[in-house]
Design a protein around this ligand. Structure first.
Ligand code: CP
Length: 326
């Protein structure tokens, strides 16, 4: 098995392989079937930054394949707080585990950790850099949602909105989508929070049509609107984040005014539900185009597929099926 550090390591064929295995994981995630293919294996789930979905879905995915999870949460509860290097931490923890999933607030930290690890390391988000497993579950969701409307990924129009500078999920998703054909990207953000040049260059080189704007109008034929949260934890001061909070909201009224009736609404979550932020309003909760919880559900399938591939058991999952006892 090998590390999963960046979406750059994938191509269309490897993405399709992951998605085909993710499809096969559905009955296990729904508890209709059970497998012990990873019986005895241990996941080191190392989260040095807050997380709900990524941490719990990595753990759940591993448990659903029959493996066990060891978890650390928070920098302050680990020896990193005493000045231990990522390399030493990796050397030690990788001998306790068969695979490691890790989130850390610093860009490049997961790759640095992987240098010292003796087992495969999966990036669960490294600072403002990348969140490759989120991008895979987002693309998997996009494919399913668009297929429902009779479309494919090639030729689609996606509108990304909010904090495109610090939002690692939009960085990884853009790089992944760049591998497809003729995608229209409308990138809506305050000028100061625009998509980094490094990502724009990838889209440009692949020949996609990119519009960078601070206006929400002009997206009326978007197939997807992908909203993001202002990443307050990446700003120097909280006051700086306050300046941008609430600038690019999405609620029923704005959705109806600016988007076509079938535009799929996505958000990596968490959405900031405080009144001053509220970037994705609860008044959209009953809208059938709201795909946010389907994204989160798909996260388990994608992470099961990634573990199965990384640990080389993708073709043995059915062989180790056992009874569902509850
Ligand atoms: N989407 C996502 O990464 O959510 P968490 O921060 O809860 O893991």
């Amino acid at each position: 098995g090998s590390n999963i550090l960046s979406v750059e390591q994938f191509d269309i064929d490897s993405i399709q392989t992951i998605f085909t295995i993710a499809d096969r994981m559905q009955p296990y995630a729904r508890r209709q079937k059970r497998t012990k293919v990873l019986d005895g294996a241990i996941l080191g789930n190392l989260f040095f930054e807050p997380s709900t979905r990524t941490r719990v879905s990595f753990g759940t995915a591993f448990n659903l394949l029959g493996g066990e999870v060891r978890e650390t949460t928070g920098m302050e509860s680990s020896a990193l707080a005493k000045g231990e290097s990522l390399y030493d931490t990796a050397r030690v923890l990788s001998s306790y585990s068969d695979v490691i999933a890790m989130r850390h607030p610093k860009s490049g930290s997961v790759a640095e950790f992987a240098e010292g690890s003796r087992v495969p390391v999966i990036n669960g988000g490294d600072g403002a850099n990348e969140h490759p497993t989120q991008a895979l579950l987002d693309l998997y969701t996009i494919k399913k949602e668009l297929a429902y409307h009779g479309h494919g990924v090639d030729g689609m129009h996606i509108c990304m909105m909010g904090d495109l500078k610090f939002g690692r999920t939009v960085h990884s998703l853009s790089r992944l989508l760049a591998m497809y054909k003729d995608i229209r990207f409308t990138l809506i953000s305050p000028r100061e929070l625009a998509m980094p040049d490094s990502v724009l260059e990838v889209l440009d080189q692949a020949g996609h049509h990119v519009t960078v704007t601070d206006q929400v109008s002009g997206s009326s034929d978007a197939d997807i609107v992908y909203q993001t949260r202002i990443q307050q934890e990446r700003f120097t001061t909280p006051q700086e984040a306050d300046m941008y909070r609430g600038k690019f909201r999405l609620n029923s009224e704005i959705y109806t005014k600016h988007y076509k009736p079938n535009t799929v609404i996505m958000h990596p979550l968490p959405r900031d539900s405080r009144a001053e932020a509220n970037e994705l309003d609860n008044d959209l909760n009953q809208n059938p185009n709201l795909a946010i919880f389907r994204q989160a559900d798909n996260g388990v399938l994608i992470r099961m597929a990634l573990f199965a591939l990384t640990l080389g058991v993708a073709d043995q999952i059915e062989k180790y099926e056992c009874d569902v006892n509850w």
